[in-house]
Structure formats: C-alpha cells, structure tokens
Ligand binder design. Structure first.
Ligand SMILES: [Zn+2]
Length: 259
C-alpha cells in the first residue's frame, strides 16, 4: 500500500481490537516518509461495510460521541464560532460570501454563526433548507469551506479532493482535526476511534498544503482551527494576535499530548 499523500511506502504500524460487528481488529499502517497513518482494515473494506460501521458507532454512542472523545467539545465550538464571526468583522470573509460547513452534523456551528454559513452533511438527510444538497456543492464556487472533525474520517485522496475542489481560486479552507508531529504507536491512544481512519501529521499536511496551492496559513490555538489561504494577501487582515501565521502549514503540535 502506498501513501495517498506523498506516495511513500505504508508499513505495518499497530493493531487495535475493537470487537465490533463491523470492525473486529483494525490494522494501521504508517507512511515511512510523511508519517501519515491510516486504518488499512477500513480502507480495504467495502463501502457498504464502512457505512454499516458508521451506523453501528452512531447507535452505540449517539450524540455523546464527541463529548466522549473530547470533553472540551462545546467550549471549542463556541470558540470556533467566535473566531468565524471575527473573520467577517476584520474583512477576511465577507458576510455575503459563499461559505459552507462541510460535514456539519447537527449544524451547531452554523447555528451559532448565523445563516451566512451554510451546512452540508453527506451522511445526514437534510432537516431544513440551510443544508445544501450534494448537487449544490459546485466545484470552485466557495469562498470559505470549514471542516470540523472531518479529516480523520476521510478515506484517501478522493475525499480530500472533494473538499478542496469546492474552493474558488482565492478561497479559504478552515480545518479542525488532530494533527500531530508523530502518531503515537499506542493502541490505547484516545484518538483511535473505530470510525477514525486517517491520522494526519504535520509533514502530511505540509504536502497537502503545497499540492493544493495554498499560500498562507494561520492557526488559532484556542479554537484549534487552521485557516489555509489560496490568496496570501487576505491573511494580513487578521487582527487578532491569537493567530500564529506562516507561509507554510503551521505545524503547531510538536509534542505529546497533542491537544
Ligand atoms: Zn506519506
């Protein structure tokens, strides 16, 4: 198996026993070049089994899942909403921009921000008109695409492409996921959840950042949120000193624990 980010060789890394109907033992492999770790067992399972696994997890955890993984979930969501509101105030985003929360789930972030942030979720039926349909997700038509706790669920290059292809030539991507210097070789690591299948490293994100032509990056520690800019000029409008700025991906998390 080759790394979908850099083409490096994926080597056996560790196994974890889940004992679930749709995922018994999960085998993880690690890229010898960029350190990306993927759940090989999940990558190689038929799509219908992956969907069944997601349903099985959803039924098991219901809505407590995010809180179980991350006790600071609600506080962080509020911090993210505040950050997005600030982006409009300082002119990084226009309130009439075309913006979507990709993988919005129950839509809490958009509800906190206001109707300018549309919602999309491939795994949810559309509960109201604020949710976009898959047909409405036109490539190269969005000024802003945010994904929160989505990147760890992606299954390879095609899924990454689906998200970044939505951006206009001067668009901004926002990402909240766990990105570490080195994925711990520890089956008890809290982040090894049954439906987490891709574990990102700083090196892998730097590759993606370059591949998709991003020119500048900002990281907000409190909101655990990266902004990736196609147009470097826009980053100069960020007023808040809480941002860490770089012309490359901001590799903030260097040592354990990673958040
Ligand atoms: Zn790699």
């Amino acid at each position: 198996m080759k790394c979908f980010v850099c083409g490096g060789e994926m080597r056996p890394f560790m196994e974890k026993f889940f004992g679930m109907k749709n995922l018994d033992v999960c085998e993880y492999v690690r890229c010898e070049d960029c350190g990306l770790v993927v759940a090989k067992t999940i990558y190689e399972m038929p799509q219908k089994n992956w969907e069944a696994l997601n349903r099985e997890c959803h039924a098991a955890y219901q809505n407590t899942n995010e809180l179980a993984v991350d006790p600071n979930w609600l506080a962080r969501l509020k911090a993210q909403a505040a950050v997005l509101t600030d982006l409009i105030k300082c002119g990084v985003l226009d309130k009439n921009c075309n913006a979507v929360d990709y993988g919005a789930g129950d839509g809490k972030l958009s509800d906190m921000c206001g109707s300018w942030l549309k919602k999309f979720d491939a795994y949810m039926s559309r509960p109201n008109e604020n949710y976009l349909s898959a047909e409405e997700l036109k490539p190269a038509s969005f000024d802003f695409v945010i994904t929160c706790s989505v990147f760890e669920h992606l299954l390879g290059a095609g899924d990454v492409e689906k998200i970044f292809a939505l951006l206009k030539a001067d668009g901004i991507a926002a990402i909240h996921t766990l990105i570490c210097e080195e994925v711990p070789r520890d089956p008890n690591w809290f982040y090894l959840q049954p439906v987490h299948c891709t574990f990102w490293t700083n090196a892998a994100m730097k590759k993606i950042f370059a591949q998709y032509g991003f020119k500048a990056c900002a990281y907000h520690v409190g909101a655990r949120l990266w902004l990736m800019f196609k147009d470097a000029e826009k980053i100069s409008r960020l007023e808040n000193s809480d941002w860490i700025l770089s012309d490359d991906f901001v590799d903030y998390w260097k040592v354990k624990p990673y958040r």
